[in-house]
Design a protein around this ligand. Structure first.
Ligand code: SF4
Length: 377
């Protein structure tokens, strides 16, 4: 399988009150130094066996990668192409926030070599966007998608978040209908996760905002997957749907036991049975690269059992589930013999489906994925 290349861009125009990613406020000077460092890290990539390796995806994630100038994106793609054997038909994704998007920039990103845009829309309701601290409006998001289309993008993904403060099931349905009206090729639907010190938690307490009951969240999820299927999308992962043939090839590497290299602060890599992570701080990253020091920390070899656990854990997130024969060939283990007893109650409850050689979660099982997947850990 070819490699995926991930480039982390840790800058945002403002910080959303629920966000736990590795990011900070945009600063032009630091951004310039960061792009230079990232270029250097890619070109200087000296990981055994990685230089010249075949790659078929490049993913600019963040943060807000669309805050970079198109010429900077072009330069980083060039660095990837000159360091790795990037396939001519590679999927090249740019995560984009609607507020940073203009028709001119979309043309620029397309000319730079981006062929897939992933918009962080989160909601088509202005009141919900405001509660999340997002700085775009629903109209701006719609306009941004139109601009991307006008610039020639034919592979667009939208992210929506469900189970937002004060969101009723009818509000969520309205969001999904808006998404279907706009008609992206791909969509990711995530449940809002509130990490312990999220400012949004305090705001919720202050303003008296609440989350809908768990049963409503389950209903939102199940309803949206059915509605999207009726609209021509296929669910291929717990949180992801796509039109035929337009799944995220890059993200599939994470779920299909693949290999990828991450560049930039906080980026993770998994290759040749090892995993490592770059330093998280943007300043530290730039300084280390400037001084010719290593940025990778926390390197560890992944033993066979760890790799197997992860393959099971991530593979079951896919709608097609796991091919147990493939797992047996790769890891020399009979998954059913090892985990069958622990899985049986979930099978009896209709949450897991075993139709040899495949093992998968039912849609109801996807709602309880964390509990079920714990069987493998
Ligand atoms: S735009 Fe995305 S990465 Fe940036 S603060 Fe908001 S949620 Fe976090």
């Amino acid at each position: 399988m070819s490699l995926g290349l991930y480039l982390h861009i840790p800058f945002c125009s403002s910080i959303c009150n629920y966000c736990n990613f590795n990011r900070g406020l945009f600063e032009s000077g630091l951004k310039d130094r960061y792009v230079t460092a990232l270029d250097q890290e890619i070109r200087g990539s000296r990981v055994a066996g990685s230089s010249g390796a075949p790659a078929d995806t490049i993913f600019f994630g963040g943060g807000t990668p669309s805050l970079l100038e198109p010429r900077e994106i072009a330069e980083l793609i060039r660095a990837c192409r000159e360091t790795f054997d990037v396939r001519s038909d590679a999927e090249v994704t740019l995560e984009t926030n609607p507020e940073t998007s203009t028709l001119e920039r979309m043309h620029g990103f397309r000319d730079a070599g981006i062929n897939r845009i992933s918009f962080g829309v989160q909601s088509f309701r202005d009141a919900e966007l405001k509660r999340l601290g997002r700085i775009h409006s629903a109209d701006r998001a719609r306009e941004a998608v139109r601009e991307a289309r006008a610039a020639g993008f034919d592979n667009i993904s939208l992210d929506l978040m469900m189970w937002l403060p004060q969101q009723r099931t009818s509000d969520w349905r309205e969001n999904v209908e808006s998404l279907i009206d706009i008609g992206p090729e791909h969509a990711s639907l995530y449940l809002l996760e509130l990490y312990p010190n999220a400012p949004l938690k305090e705001e919720m307490a202050r303003a008296g905002w609440s989350l809908a009951p768990d049963d409503d969240a389950a209903e939102m999820y199940l309803w949206s997957m059915e509605r999207l299927e009726a609209a021509g999308y296929r669910q291929y992962e717990i949180s992801n749907v796509a039109r035929a043939g337009l799944v995220s090839r890059h993200n599939l590497k994470y779920w299909q036991d693949g290999e990828w290299l991450g560049f930039g602060c906080g980026a993770h890599s998994t290759m040749a049975g090892a995993r490592w992570k770059n330093v998280s701080s943007t300043e530290d990253y730039v300084t280390r690269i400037g001084m010719g020091e290593a940025v990778a920390v926390d390197r560890r070899e992944l033993g066979r059992d760890t790799r197997l656990e992860e393959a099971l854990f991530t593979g079951l997130r896919l709608s097609d589930g796991l091919d147990l024969e493939r797992i047996a060939a790769r890891y020399e283990v009979d998954v059913w013999a090892r985990y069958g007893v622990a899985l049986q109650p979930f099978l009896d409850a209709g949450l897991v489906v075993h139709a040899a050689p495949r093992l998968r979660l039912s849609r109801e099982g996807m709602l309880l994925a964390n509990e079920i997947l714990a069987v493998f850990v």
